[in-house]
Design a protein around this ligand. Structure first.
Ligand code: TRP
Length: 459
């Protein structure tokens, strides 16, 4: 049952901006540089690029065409497509698990995104001036210990997300990405230019692309694969929800290549710029893990000319990137409540925002009161949520999407959505989606997750 017809974005490029906005986020700027640093530099980058090509791009095409075919939110879309394809209703788990994964990811994502709000304030009020490694760590630890402040920023970012969603598909989502994405690209280019002039550019390139084969492992492969889903926003219906708003006369294949390219470029450029600043500052190390962006980078900003301006530019850019991502995490659920039950978008986004906000309280506490508490697999609450959603739910959702589109959807439906694609693309895409992507994901999942799950029972 369905109450309302979906809107379609009329303006050229809106879909690409929205999908790129969803894809480019904390995953690119905060996560990618430090997991690359931790998992072997160039070897990791290679595995990640292979995952994007062989798994990410084919599955993203599948998600978009499911959404565009059904012109509905992911839950109703999977239900409708099951019906027209004569497939079991069980496949609707794609929509349901996706909406759930979106809430889980949003719950911890807004906590980290909240830190960037605090760091804009830090940059503006000159707190970075003259920082060294130790005082920067103290500044960051001070924030993590202050659960009131963390909760305040977590709340602020959740409300920012809710506000855009409440404004609707055109006035909210479309307008937001049309303003924020160009601004983000300009800020990124300013940063890159500055890093090239003032930073240790060559050392940074060498670090990002150095190849250390001893760092290749199943765990690194799992992290690379999980990250390829995370960074392209795949496996949970975010891109499917946006696909429902995509005009029918746009090529799916070209669009997906563009989005994947932009997303990968932003990750690489952000990584190179960040490490160029880091290497230009004596006494700080590139392997700082999650603290890289919040501990190491402010030291670099605090010790260079124009550091205040560059610091503000950097953290504002991260806010824009994160904001255009959080809206896509909640959109599937909001569109579902709106289309299925006629709930207003204001009410729907407030309701789901409140659910994610509540789930996120555990993540806030995991940096202070609960820092010793273990939840799943010996991990903190925050790490449990991240691991569960990123490395399990997204890949599983991705496998199901690949199998459903590859095996269940009728040829005539696919061809209708793919009428602008080249013959070569059509020849390769379906077999990859049927066999290669699901098998690759399952192999990595089994080898990567089982040792971790077993670890719990052995210990
Ligand atoms: N891709 C975003 C990032 O890299 C995060 C994100 C937004 C996401 N929507 C998603 C991740 C949907 C998984 C699924 O920061």
């Amino acid at each position: 049952m369905r109450l309302k017809q979906h809107v379609i974005w009329g303006q050229r490029g809106s879909f690409i901006l929205a999908a790129t906005g969803s894809a480019v986020g904390l995953g690119n700027i905060w996560k990618f540089p430090y997991i690359t640093g931790e998992n072997g530099g160039g070897a990791f980058v290679l595995m990640y690029l292979a995952c994007i090509l062989l798994i990410g791009i084919p599955i993203m095409m599948g998600e978009i065409l499911m959404g565009r075919r059904a012109r509905a939110n992911p839950i109703l879309a999977t239900a409708e497509l099951c019906e027209t394809a004569g497939a079991s209703k069980g496949w609707t788990v794609i929509g349901w698990m996706g909406a759930l994964a979106g809430l889980v990811i949003l719950s911890f994502y807004t906590v980290i995104a909240g830190w960037t709000l605090e760091y804009v304030e830090n940059a503006l009020t000159g707190k970075f001036a003259g920082l060294d490694g130790e005082s920067s760590q103290r500044l960051f630890d001070g924030l993590l210990a202050d659960k009131g402040k963390l909760l305040q920023w977590h709340t602020a970012f959740t409300l920012m997300t809710v506000a855009i969603l409440a404004l609707g598909v055109t006035r909210g989502l479309e307008s937001a990405v049309r303003v924020m994405m160009p601004a983000l690209f300009v800020l990124l280019l300013v940063l890159l230019g500055y890093a090239a002039v003032e930073g240790e550019f060559v050392t940074s390139l060498r670090f990002m692309f150095s190849f250390n084969p001893e760092d290749l492992s199943w765990e690194a492969a799992l992290i690379a694969m999980g990250h390829s889903f995370f960074t392209l926003s795949l496996g949970m219906g975010a891109i499917m929800a946006y696909g429902a708003y995509m005009p029918s006369n746009q090529s799916v294949g070209q669009t997906v290549l563009m989005v994947a390219l932009l997303d990968t470029l932003v990750a690489l450029v952000a990584g190179v710029a960040i490490f160029a600043f880091v290497f230009a500052t004596p006494g700080i190390s590139p392997g700082a893990g999650p603290g890289l962006m919040f501990v190491t980078l402010p030291v670099a900003f605090g010790n260079m000319s124009a550091g205040i301006v560059i610091g503000v530019i950097f953290f504002v850019m991260v806010i824009l990137a994160a904001w255009t991502s959080t809206i896509s995490l909640l959109e599937p659920g909001v569109a579902y409540l709106n289309e299925r039950f006629g709930l207003s978008r204001i009410l729907a986004s407030l309701l789901l925002g409140a659910v994610a906000w509540t789930l996120g309280i555990g993540s806030v506490l995991s940096f202070n009161d609960w820092s010793d508490k273990q939840f799943l697999w010996g991990k903190s609450y925050f790490d449990s949520m991240d691991f569960l959603a990123t490395n399990i739910m997204l890949p599983l959702g991705g496998v199901l999407i690949a199998l459903f589109v590859g095996w269940k959807l009728r040829d005539e439906h696919l061809l209708h959505e793919l009428k602008f694609e080249s013959a070569a693309l059509l020849r390769w895409w379906r077999p990859i989606l049927k066999y290669l992507s699901p098998v690759a994901v399952l192999i990595v999942l089994i080898n990567g997750v089982f040792p971790i799950l077993r670890g719990v029972f052995v210990e």
